[in-house]
Write a new protein. Structure first.
Lengths: 372, 239
């Protein structure tokens, strides 16, 4: 559990932040560059001191201006994975890993981390001999070996290309699922956030605007601009129930029904999150029959919100909240308003691999993914 | 005028050995003594802002621009047995550095100090402080960070500073002769011995031999430092 309420000033930059995250899981700090995300986690790590406020992690007070508590960074037991890795250039990978190693009974050991992050072949190399992805893996391992009570990750994928990102993301998911380490994950990429986060904190202009469970926050129309207009959309939890090799589609079950998506390389019964962007959802007043769209969900409009430009944000209850973005003209023509019955249409092909993620409960009986 | 080759190549005389070993002793002590202060001042100048920083910066560099004789004279005034600091030291600890080889080391150390601080400060400024904060988050105290991150990363600069200071101390003449005079066996270092021989009739051969020794010594120090720097850099994949 992380409980933060701080004010800070560095030069011209002012920060006012407060949020409360649930125990365990990943908390994502999301916002554009310059929103104060890195400044905020520097405060948590103790690398900067806030002007006032409180920082509590798991009932341990790290900073409290009222009582004068301010633990130095080396006493906080908070792991920090920096954007640029920050490996020590004069030490081998092995010495980097063991630099802050803290041996705790029943906790993560050296061999376990080396296995988890696939570092065995890198141990005797120098940091300058590593690729970007390898550096980040070592940086994660180094932070993990301090047995932190909380892991801070500052855009750990930012300096990597798409392929390397795909290489690191599963490792981060394993930290969450297998090591059960609470993580604060800084990102300005919604794709990563949807895939990883349980709690979402939206930041802009040095402030935390909203925080809460990812799915609840993503369903809030008033936060559209903060979450990023093009990426705005509902996040639903679903389970893989069927693979159809003939059509190349996979079927997911969720509270609102059955969602067909392009082939998923995942075992049956895997639970995952699906991000359905508002711009990929259309609305109809009656169930269309001769149409290419495969996913049609009956529902009720719960909120209509005018936004900038020609579009209108609409929230439809189809068992879970689903978001749609339609034109102002369409709203007028169809007379869309709250409590109206509608059909929400979702193109299967609009749900790309990047919108899927956050394996919540991987199937434990089979490690092999089906091949199409 | 020109000496005969066999005179030039004969083994070191006791006087030469005395001057050489005294020079090495004085230079070594001056560098070892200046090192902790040099590190501290380099750290202050590179990392801290405080009122009067400019004055400290200026004072440290003074021996570089003031005539060495002036530095020697100031030391003599302050540290001779009648001087304000010298008399206090004599009364309190019963020691005096004036006209001793320790005084020569002090003069050499002060003359070499700016070169040492400069090299160390530059290398300290080049150390990425983000690596230091990374080490703090890994549970390292300030002192551990300094010893395991800062010092190793600035090692080439420390090495350069030490070699420069050592060379400067070996060559120190003006401040030494003014402060501790030219006493054979006590303060007559290699440059002073060379000077004395050059002033003596028939001293040319001896002076030339000392000059060769001085050049070889300096060359050896340079080669040693180059070799060490390469080893340091090879460890971290530079060069």
């Amino acid at each position: 559990m992380i409980d933060i309420d701080v004010r800070s000033q560095r030069g011209e930059f002012k920060l006012e932040a407060s949020f409360l995250s649930e125990p365990g899981g990943i908390t994502a700090l999301f916002g554009p560059s310059g929103a104060g995300k890195t400044t905020l986690i520097d405060l948590i790590a103790g690398l900067h001191t806030p002007l006032s406020g409180r920082i509590v992690v798991d009932d341990m007070v790290l900073f409290d201006s009222a009582t004068g508590v301010n633990l130095p960074p080396d006493k906080r037991r908070i792991g920090y994975v920096f954007q640029e890795g920050r490996l020590f250039p004069h030490m081998t990978v092995r010495r980097n890993l063991t630099y802050g190693m803290r041996v705790c009974r029943g906790k993560i050991g050296f061999d376990a981390v080396v296995t988890l992050l696939d570092l065995a072949l890198l141990l005797n190399r120098q940091p300058h001999q590593l690729s970007g992805g390898e550096k980040q893996r070592v940086a994660i391992g180094r932070a993990l070996l301090t047995n932190p009570r909380l892991l801070l990750m500052d855009e750990p994928l930012a300096s990597l290309d798409a392929e390397r990102k795909g290489e690191i993301l599963p490792f981060i998911e394993r930290l969450r699922d297998e090591m059960r380490i609470p993580i604060v994950y800084v990102s300005h990429i919604m794709e990563e956030v949807v895939r990883l986060a349980d709690t979402l904190v939206l930041m802009a202009h040095g402030s935390t605007y909203a925080s809460g469970p990812l799915e609840a926050l993503m369903a809030r129309l008033d936060l559209t601009d903060l979450a990023g207009r093009s990426e705005a959309g509902a996040v639903i939890t679903a389970e893989v129930i069927e693979h159809d090799a003939a059509s190349g589609l996979s079927a997911l079950a969720f509270t609102g029904g059955r969602l067909l998506v392009p082939w998923l390389d995942l075992p049956l019964r895997t639970q995952l999150r699906v991000h359905i962007r508002a711009r990929d959802v259309s609305l109809a007043l009656s169930r269309p029959s001769d149409i290419s769209i495969l996913n049609i969900f009956p529902g009720t409009i719960t909120e209509v919100r005018e936004s900038a430009g020609t579009s209108v944000e609409i929230l439809v209850d189809i068992g879970v909240p689903l978001r749609a973005r339609v034109t102002r003209l369409a709203v007028a023509r169809l007379n869309l308003k709250a409590s109206l019955h509608v059909y929400a249409l979702v193109k299967a092909v609009a749900i790309e691999h990047g919108n899927l993620g956050g394996l919540i409960k991987p199937n434990e009986t089979s490690d092999q993914s089906p091949q199409p | 005028m020109v000496s005969r080759p066999d005179e030039l190549m004969s083994p070191l005389t006791p006087l030469e050995i005395e001057a050489l070993s005294l020079s090495l002793k004085v230079a070594f002590l001056s560098v070892v003594g200046a090192l902790p202060f040099g590190l501290m001042v380099a750290w202050l100048l590179a990392r801290k802002t405080f009122p009067g920083k400019l004055i400290i910066d200026g004072a440290v560099h003074l021996p570089l621009v003031v005539p060495p004789v002036v530095v020697g004279y100031i030391l003599l005034v302050l540290l001779s047995r009648n001087g304000p600091i010298g008399s206090w030291m004599y009364d309190t600890f019963n020691i005096s550095v004036a006209f001793t080889w320790k005084g020569a080391a002090l003069a050499a150390g002060i003359m070499a100090f700016p070169l040492m601080v400069r090299a160390m400060r530059l290398s300290l400024e080049a150390v990425d402080q983000r690596l230091e904060s990374a080490a703090r988050t890994l549970g390292a105290s300030r002192i551990r960070v300094f010893l395991t991150i800062t010092i190793p990363l600035m090692a080439p600069g420390i090495l350069a500073g030490v070699i420069l200071a050592f060379a400067r101390a070996l060559g120190e003449f003006g401040a030494t002769i003014t402060f501790v005079s030219n006493i054979p066996g006590e303060t007559r270092t290699l440059p002073l011995a060379l000077y004395s021989l050059a002033q003596t009739p028939d001293g040319e051969t001896g002076a030339a031999r000392l000059a060769v020794i001085a050049v070889l010594l300096a060359l050896g120090a340079l080669i040693a430092s180059e070799w060490l720097a390469r080893r340091l850099n090879a460890n971290r994949g530079i060069g």
